[in-house]
Design a binder for this molecule. Structure first.
Ligand code: KG4
Ligand code: ZN
Length: 349
């Protein structure tokens, strides 16, 4: 499997990529096209039906663009990897149908990829030597997962969010602060402008659970933090002046809990690296906090922002690994709004 075409349409990015795989199995981006749908901005969030329609319009040209950038044609592709879930079913369906049709026409194997496994493989595109074991923190708009990864394709869930995802919390905080969607990058930019001490300290939800060896030790919760931010905004005597400080207070609270739990897990399990993936892993304050909290000798690895937010190169990378193991999907492959990670191990170590 030398060249894999990836397709990603799970939410509001239409993306296609060509990834080449070397003899050692390391994936590299040869061509990548990402079209971020602008239509959702005026609604302040993703409108599923509009997302599906925009994918239909864009998918053909986006695939052509990725192939052109890679300097190859469909005839040079050895396999096709497409996101099958979790995500918006109507949006997923567009990429899935397109991928199936191409695979059938070319007579090459097709593999359906779990979106979060894609995020997990993204750092490998720029760090070819990256290999388990490691602890992974996957933080996106829809998910917050702390995993132990003893081997590629073998995942033990250490903790997840009990309510809002980390990215969702950033998006909601942005709304409260009058910032545009998607909120994460806007909150990070504003927080950087904060001067002096933050006007408030917001709660570090579930951080105390780290002290107990209970089932919630590595669990997260962000909905209370959003309410705390709302109260702080309402209580502020001068929101325009304190906005940057409030953004910083919010970001500090999210980042501290994520970093502390990931670092604790890496130390407890003796893992030599923490891999951060998903849109929120673009956040430089999070990466700095992870590096500061990580146990001695433990590296923090993340992809660059273009590969951390939704893109098809990560789907091709994960798909290439599964195709190389001989896994195949047939024409009956269906999209799934929720989908367990493949290769889940029992909870206890
Ligand atoms: O992985 P992703 O592109 O899509 C999903 O699978 O959800 O993640 C998007 C999420 C959004 O919630 C966005 O606000 C957040 O990632 N995000 C960030 C940053 N860049 C994107 N959150 C915090 N800081 C950032 N710099
Ligand atoms: Zn994602």
């Amino acid at each position: 499997m030398r060249r894999v075409l990836g397709i990603e349409t799970s939410c509001d990015e239409t993306s296609a990529a060509v990834v080449t795989v070397d003899a050692a199995g390391a994936p590299r981006v040869a061509g990548l096209a990402i079209l971020s749908q602008d239509v959702h901005r005026i609604f302040g969030g993703v409108v599923p039906e509009l997302a599906s329609r925009a994918h239909v319009t864009a998918i053909g040209p986006v695939v052509d663009r990725a192939l052109a950038e890679a300097g190859c044609g469909l005839d040079d592709v050895d396999g096709i990897a497409v996101t099958r879930g979790p995500g918006l079913v109507g949006a997923l369906l567009v990429g899935l149908m397109f991928g199936k049709a191409l695979a059938w026409r070319r007579g090459v194997p097709l593999i359906g990829v779990h979106h979060l496994e894609g995020h997990l493989f993204a750092p490998r595109l720029e760090h070819p030597d990256l290999a388990p074991p490691f602890v992974a923190l996957l933080v996106s708009g829809g998910h917050t997962l702390l995993l132990d990864v003893p081997a590629w394709g073998a995942y033990r869930v250490l903790g997840r969010t009990l309510d809002d995802a980390a990215g969702e919390a950033f998006d909601k905080a942005a709304k409260l602060l009058g910032l545009p969607y998607p909120g994460g990058p806007a909150v990070e930019r504003l927080a950087r402008e904060a001067e002096g001490p933050a006007p408030v300290t917001l709660p570090r939800s579930m951080l105390g659970e780290l002290r107990h060896d209970g089932p919630q030790r590595y669990a997260f919760s962000f909905s209370g933090l959003k309410t705390a931010l709302l109260r702080a905004v309402q209580a502020s005597a001068d929101v325009p002046r304190e906005r940057a400080g409030l953004a910083r207070a919010f970001q500090d609270a999210v980042v501290e809990v994520l970093a502390a739990k990931a670092a604790h897990a890496a130390a407890a399990l003796g893992r030599p690296a923490i891999v951060a993936g998903g849109g929120v892993a673009c956040n430089q304050a999070l990466l700095a906090a992870l590096a500061a909290a990580a146990p001695k000798g433990c590296h923090v690895v993340a992809a660059s922002p273009r590969l951390n937010t939704d893109n098809a190169a990560m789907i091709a990378a994960a798909g290439a690994w599964r195709l190389a193991r001989g896994e195949r999907d047939g024409p009956a492959l269906e999209p799934a709004d929720t989908l367990p990670l493949p290769g889940l191990l029992a909870a206890a170590a």
